[in-house]
Structures are given as structure tokens and as C-alpha cells.
Design a binder for this molecule. Structure first.
Ligand code: GCO
Ligand code: MN
Ligand code: MN
Length: 400
């Protein structure tokens, strides 16, 4: 494989193991098919993917059960495939931090897996998840992602959404108790998406998943796996979604990619759209404002343009990691920019020492009630956000 040659002299953005950059077998293995056209490149096998990712400098590889073993394959076939995969992991040192279950591809899941109206299908979805989680554990996974791609509807005539919502809860509760009984120390990361492939999907946003978690039997086991594209498809802010998850200590995993607002699910290379959104996201993940850095795996859930050959797929993978590292550097220089610090300090200053009375007590309520507020004066100062934002742009563009 050739080396990344866009900036051959610049070594500082090379991925390192402690960046914890991961890709899915289904991401770099995507052969470029779409609903309107055939694949445009050869499918490469999981062992080739592991070696390719290791050469790119990735930390790990994630998988759905059926990215590795075909649906319904025999035990013998499974052992052989898993054995070869494990060998490749050993040779390269690549980890499998996350495993997930394909509950969307087979026609049996056409009207949902955990939310199918048919209890027999719901039971099968549990059985398939249990097998997939076992394989994940065998491969060393610490996080299990649940993405309910088929858990939705085109028409609400078919079932009561309150039933579907409850069945989804039953499934996650079932699997968390089962994992606990196996003595495994796993985390579940729930991934929301508003639509596609279903017309509408239950639990459509990270915010709605966060509330759902608070209704579970084992909420401590469950967090979220927000995805840039999924929040952006409906025009929501990925930064706000991730911030809410981080503030609640529920960011268990993250799917990084890029997306134009309002389009179909594009799964573009990280940072290739909305570079400023990506910048503020990376800034959040790298730690800022006195909050710690996100330390979990950073998964690129995206794929190369359909125009690419296999060589372009590796360009895509290296581009995702490189852009992340460049943005991390820019975020750091923005945070340490004296002018940025000065403006933020000024806008956050507490010259009348009021922050102490903002949490409730009877005395504080009395202090607030009798306070001499001066909204006219308070509305006078300009906040210099134009300047701040332009400084961010200057850092991103490398002119500062
Ligand atoms: C999508 C999703 C998936 C999931 C994956 C892991 O839009 O197709 O993002 O890629 O992340 O199935 O559960
Ligand atoms: Mn997605
Ligand atoms: Mn995803």
C-alpha cells in the first residue's frame, strides 16, 4: 500500500494507538453499491481489512456479527472464519473495542427486530443478539452498540408506537440482565437515527435515547453512541447531543462521519462537510472549558465515495484520522489563544459575586426576589461573538 502523500513531510498528524481510532468492517469494506447502482469495487475480506487498517495506523476494528460470519452459517464455518480473523488481529495488534448485531439486513426484520409485532421475531432477535454478543466477548469487545435500523415504521396503522417503545425496552433489559448473569463487564451504547431505512425510527435522537436509558433496569450499563450524520440529517446539533451525553457521563461510543443537512444518509469522510461543526465537536471531545476529554474509541462510521477504487478507500480512512488530528490541534490553539481567553473571561465574569445565589435555598430565593436588577444596563454590552467566531475560522484556516 502506498503511504499518504498529500503532506509527506508532515509527520505530526499520524494516528497513534492512544487516539483509539476505529473503523467498522462494513465501513472500509463497503464496496460502493447504493440503492440505484451496483458495487463499484471488489469486496475485500475481513482479514484483508484488518491488515489494511493496521497499515493506516488505526487502533481497532468493529463489526456486526454478519460482517464476519454469514447469516445462518454452521458452527464449523464460524469457527474457521473467527479463527482466521483472530490470527489477523494477533499479527497486527488491532483491537475489537466494539461489536454489534445486524438486526436489519435479513427480510425477517422487515418490520423490526426488537419492535416486531410478532413475538417469535422478537425472540429470534434476542437469540441473534446473544450469539453476536458472545462472539464480541470472544474477540475482546468491551462495548456493544445497538442501532435499531429497522425499529420504526412507514405507517402508524400497523402498531401502537407505545407498544414498540416498550418492546425495545424489554429487549435491552433482557440483554443487560443476561450479560450480567454471564459475569461480563460490558457497556451498551444505544445509537439513535431519525429515519432511513425506515420512514421513521423510534427513539430518533440522542436526547430521546438519554431519556430512554433512565427508564431501564440497568441504566448504569447503558450510554449512547451519537453519530454526526444522524443528528445532522434532521438539522440538529451534534455538538449539543454529544455535550448532553458527556455531561451525563453517558458518552460510551461515538460515530464520526459527515453529512449535508436534509439529505439521505451520506456517511461521508469525517470533516468533509461542515468543517466548523467538526471543529467544535473535536474541541468538545478533546476536553475544553474545564471538562475532561472523551477517552473512548473514536469510530469512523463512514465509507469512501462510490467513485473510489480500493486505494481510494485507504485514502478515505487516512483522511478521517488526519482531519481529526488536525482539528484537535486547531482546537487546542483556539483554546489557548489569548484573545479568545480574554473575551470568554470577560463574558463569564461575576463582578457582583452572584453565582453563589443561583442554586436554590430559601435565603437565595429571597436574595433573588429582592435583587435590584438592571436589564437596560445588562443588555448594553456586545458579546464579541462575531470576533470569536472569526478567530475560530482563522484557526481552522491556518491563518492564526
Ligand atoms: C447506519 C448506522 C450503522 C450503525 C451500525 C452499528 O446509519 O447505517 O450508522 O452504520 O452505526 O450498524 O450498529
Ligand atoms: Mn449512520
Ligand atoms: Mn452509526
Amino acid at each position: 500500500m502506498r503511504t499518504y502523500n498529500l503532506y509527506p513531510m508532515n509527520e505530526m498528524y499520524q494516528p497513534e494507538k492512544n487516539d483509539k481510532f476505529t473503523f467498522g468492517l462494513w465501513t472500509v469494506g463497503n464496496p460502493g453499491g447504493d440503492p440505484f447502482g451496483l458495487p463499484t469495487r471488489e469486496k475485500i475480506n475481513p482479514v484483508q481489512i484488518v491488515h489494511g487498517l493496521a497499515e493506516c495506523g488505526a487502533y481497532g476494528v468493529n463489526l456486526h456479527d454478519n460482517d464476519l460470519i454469514p447469516f445462518g452459517c454452521s458452527q464449523k464455518e464460524k469457527q474457521a472464519v473467527v479463527g482466521k480473523f483472530k490470527e489477523a488481529l494477533k499479527e497486527t495488534g488491532l483491537k475489537v473495542p466494539m461489536a454489534t448485531t445486524n438486526l436489519f439486513h435479513h427480510p425477517v426484520f422487515k418490520d423490526g427486530a426488537f419492535t416486531s409485532s410478532n413475538p417469535e421475531i422478537r425472540a429470534f432477535a434476542l437469540q441473534k443478539s446473544m450469539q453476536s454478543i458472545s462472539m464480541g466477548v470472544e474477540l475482546g469487545a468491551e462495548t456493544i452498540v445497538f442501532w435499531g435500523g429497522r425499529e420504526g415504521a412507514e405507517t402508524d396503522s400497523g402498531k401502537d408506537p407505545r407498544d414498540a417503545i416498550g418492546w425495545y425496552r424489554d429487549a435491552i433489559n433482557f440483554l443487560s440482565h443476561w450479560v450480567n448473569d454471564q459475569g461480563w463487564n460490558l457497556k451498551f451504547a444505544l445509537e439513535a437515527k431519525p429515519n432511513e431505512p425506515r420512514g421513521d425510527i423510534y427513539y430518533p435522537t440522542t436526547g430521546s435515547m438519554l431519556h430512554f436509558i433512565s427508564t431501564l433496569d440497568k441504566p448504569e450499563m447503558c450510554g449512547v453512541n451519537p453519530e454526526v450524520a444522524h443528528e445532522n440529517m434532521t438539522g440538529l446539533s451534534m455538538v449539543f447531543a454529544v455535550a448532553q451525553a458527556m455531561e451525563a457521563s453517558k458518552l460510551f461510543h461515538i460515530d464520526l462521519n459527515a453529512q449535508k443537512i436534509g439529505r439521505y444518509d451520506q456517511d461521508l469522510r469525517f470533516g468533509s462537510e461542515d468543517i466548523k461543526g467538526a471543529f467544535f465537536l473535536v474541541r468538545l471531545l478533546e476536553g475544553c472549558g474545564g471538562y475532561p476529554k472523551y477517552d473512548g474509541p473514536k469510530h469512523f462510521d463512514a465509507h469512501a465515495y462510490r467513485t473510489e477504487s480500493q486505494e481510494g478507500v485507504w485514502d478515505f480512512a487516512k483522511g478521517c484520522m488526519r482531519t481529526y488530528k488536525m482539528l484537535a490541534e486547531k482546537a487546542n490553539s483556539f483554546n489557548n489563544d489569548p484573545e479568545v481567553k480574554e473575551i470568554l473571561l470577560k463574558n463569564h465574569s461575576d463582578s457582583n459575586n452572584l453565582s453563589g445565589i443561583l442554586s436554590y435555598s430559601k435565603e437565595n430565593a429571597e436574595a433573588i426576589r429582592s435583587m435590584n436588577a438592571n436589564p437596560e444596563k445588562l443588555s448594553k454590552a456586545g458579546l464579541q461573538y462575531e470576533k470569536l467566531d472569526q478567530i475560530a475560522v482563522e484557526h481552522i484556516m491556518g491563518t492564526r
